[in-house]
Design a binder for this molecule. Structure first.
Ligand SMILES: Cc1ncc(COP(=O)(O)O)c(C=O)c1O
Length: 397
C-alpha cells in the first residue's frame, strides 16, 4: 500500500539539526535549532530540575494516569505564572488550564477546539512566524491567513502596518500573537504598543491566542508577561499556549499547557469540558514527569528561587552573546551594521542573510542557519566560536 507514497520533505528546522549531526567538520557551529546552549555548547539540565527529579524519585507512589487535563497543581501554577498571583482572572476562576505535551501539543489542542466549535473562524499569524504555526492550524482544518509584522528592512516592527492588517480581520477570527521573544525575528511590541493591540483586538471582537514559549528569556518572568496581561481584560476571552521546553530546559519531557480564559467561570468550565474531549480522543491524558517537575519547582520557594536564578543566567548569556556578536562583526566587517541585534529579545533574530549566503555558510564554513531571513539562534554562539563564526559571516557577506 505504501509503495507509491511520495517522500515528504524534511522539517525545515529539525531537518537542519539532522544535517548538522552528520557533518564531520569538528569546527561546525549550529545556529539552527531552537535549543538553548551554554558557554560550552551544551544544553544543560537545570540544577533546580535535577533536584526536583531527585525528590520525585524518592517520593512518588505510583505511575497511574493523570486526569485528562493533567497535573492539578501544575495547572494552577501555570495560571499564576501567566497572570501573577491574585489576578482577577484567577480569583474569578474564569481561566481553565489543561496540561499538554509541549507548546506544540497546546497549539494543536487549541486548533482542534477552535475548528470544532468555531468552524468558520480563520487563524491569523504574523508574517513571518515560527515555521510550524501555519502547519499546525492547517492540519486541524483551519484556514490560515497572515498579518504584516516587519518593515521592508526586516529589522524593525512595522506597527502601523500590523495595526492596519489586524483592523481588516473580521470579528470572530483568531489572532495569534507571540507573548515575547518573537520567533523568528526577536522583535516584540513595546508595552505601549501592546496596549494599543489589546484595544484593537477586543474592539474588533477578535479572539487573541497568545503563544508563550519563552517566558523569562526576554527581560524577566514578569516583564515578559506584560503584553499578555494587557490582553487579559475583564470579561474578555483569550487563549494561551504555554511551553516550558525552553525556560525549564525540559524539551524532551514535553511540558506545555493550554489556558482558556472565558468571560465567566461557567463558560470556562464548558470550554474545558470540550477540550477534555479533544485530548481524550487524541492522546488520552498527558505524561506525568515533566509537569510534576514544573509543579514542584514553582511551588517550593527554594527551588523556585534557584530556577529563577538559572533562568536569569540563560537570559543574560543570550544578551551577552548578542552584544559580543555585534562588536565582533563591527571589527571584522565594519561596513555591515548588526547593531539591531543587540536590542532584540530571546534566542532568535533575523540576521538578514540571503538564502545564498545561508547555503554558503553551511557548505564552506559548516555554520548552520535557517533559510528565509537567515534566522539565527543566538544561544548557539559562545565566546570560543564567536571569532570563527564572525569570520565566516564576514566572508559570505
Ligand atoms: C514560538 C514557538 N511556539 C511553540 C513552540 C513549541 O514548543 P514545544 O517544543 O514545547 O512544543 C516553539 C518551539 O520552538 C516556538 O518557538
Amino acid at each position: 500500500m505504501f509503495d507509491t507514497l511520495p517522500m515528504a520533505p524534511p522539517d525545515s528546522i529539525l531537518g537542519l539539526t539532522e544535517a548538522f549531526k552528520k557533518d564531520p567538520n569538528p569546527k561546525k557551529i549550529n545556529l539552527g535549532a531552537g535549543v538553548y546552549k551554554d558557554e560550552q555548547g551544551n544544553t544543560p539540565i537545570l540544577a533546580s530540575v535535577k533536584e526536583a527529579e531527585r525528590r520525585l524519585l524518592a517520593t512518588e507512589q505510583n505511575k497511574g494516569y493523570l486526569p485528562i487535563e493533567g497535573h492539578v497543581e501544575y495547572d494552577a501554577r501555570v495560571q499564576e505564572l501567566l497572570f501573577g498571583p491574585g489576578h482577577e482572572i484567577l480569583a474569578s476562576t474564569r481561566a481553565v488550564t489543561a496540561q499538554t505535551p509541549g507548546g506544540t501539543g497546546s497549539l494543536r489542542v487549541a486548533s482542534d477546539f477552535l475548528k470544532k466549535h468555531f468552524p468558520m473562524a480563520r487563524l491569523w499569524h504574523s508574517k513571518p512566524t515560527w515555521a510550524n504555526h501555519g502547519a499546525i492550524f492547517s492540519a486541524a482544518g483551519i484556514k490560515v491567513e497572515v498579518y504584516p509584522y516587519l518593515d521592508a528592512s526586516g529589522r524593525v516592527l512595522d506597527f502601523a502596518a500590523m495595526k492596519a492588517g489586524l483592523a481588516q480581520i473580521p470579528a470572530g477570527d483568531v489572532v495569534l500573537l507571540h507573548a515575547c521573544c518573537h520567533n523568528p525575528t526577536g522583535i516584540d511590541p513595546t508595552l505601549d504598543q501592546w496596549k494599543q493591540l489589546a484595544e484593537l483586538v477586543h474592539e474588533r471582537k477578535l479572539l487573541p491566542l497568545v503563544d508563550f514559549a519563552y517566558q523569562g528569556f526576554g527581560d524577566g518572568l514578569e516583564q515578559d508577561a506584560a503584553g499578555l496581561r494587557e490582553l487579559a481584560r475583564p470579561g474578555k476571552d483569550l487563549l494561551v499556549c504555554s511551553s516550558f521546553s525552553k525556560n525549564f530546559g525540559l524539551y524532551g519531557e514535553r511540558v506545555g499547557a493550554l489556558t482558556i480564559v472565558a468571560g465567566n467561570a461557567d463558560a470556562a468550565e464548558r470550554a474545558l469540558s470540550q477540550v477534555r474531549i479533544s485530548i481524550r480522543t487524541n492522546y488520552s491524558n498527558p505524561p506525568t514527569h515533566g509537569a510534576a517537575i514544573v509543579a514542584m519547582v514553582l511551588s517550593d520557594p527554594q527551588l523556585r528561587k534557584q530556577w529563577e536564578g538559572e533562568l536569569a543566567a540563560m537570559r543574560e548569556r543570550i544578551h551577552k552573546m548578542r552584544r559580543l556578536f555585534v562588536a565582533t562583526m563591527k571589527s571584522k566587517a565594519p561596513q555591515h551594521d548588526f547593531s539591531f541585534l543587540s536590542s532584540q529579545k530571546g534566542m532568535f533574530s533575523f540576521s538578514g542573510l540571503t538564502n545564498m549566503q545561508v547555503d554558503e555558510l553551511r557548505a564552506k564554513h559548516a555554520v548552520y542557519v535557517v533559510g528565509n531571513g537567515g534566522r539565527i539562534n543566538v544561544a548557539g554562539m559562545t565566546e570560543a566560536n564567536m571569532g570563527p563564526l564572525c569570520d565566516a559571516v564576514a566572508a559570505v557577506l
